[in-house]
Ligand binder design. Sequence first.
Ligand SMILES: CC(C)(COP(=O)(O)OP(=O)(O)OC[C@H]1O[C@@H](n2cnc3c(N)ncnc32)[C@H](O)[C@@H]1OP(=O)(O)O)[C@@H](O)C(=O)NCCC(=O)NCCS
Length: 74
Amino acid sequence: MDHAFNRLNLHRVRLGVVDQNKPALKTYTKMGFRIEGKAREQFFVDGKFRDVILMGILDREFRKLYSPKGMKNK
Ligand SMILES: CC(C)(COP(=O)(O)OP(=O)(O)OC[C@H]1O[C@@H](n2cnc3c(N)ncnc32)[C@H](O)[C@@H]1OP(=O)(O)O)[C@@H](O)C(=O)NCCC(=O)NCCS
């Protein structure tokens, strides 16, 4: 996010995570990503089609969370 927002000056970053990947979902949520949608049955994993949770964060949300004043605590 530092590279995306502070160096590349991007407006938003997005990602997708398989719904069963609870550690990744938790980590991304704690980092400030918000759930924006779901791609139904996107991947075939372990013999089953799995939904992919779509997440994103905007530059202003990143700055609010990670500026020295609003620095996100773990
Ligand atoms: C995703 C993965 C890195 C998560 O690792 P983890 O060991 O569960 O989580 P971490 O130890 O890194 O995080 C510890 C804590 O800090 C949080 N955290 C991690 N990075 C953070 C960040 N940059 N900002 C804020 N919080 C953060 C976590 O949510 C967690 O919170 P908790 O203390 O309340 O439990 C790990 O499961 C993994 O390597 N998985 C395999 C690869 C994978 O699935 N990648 C994602 C593909 S979409």
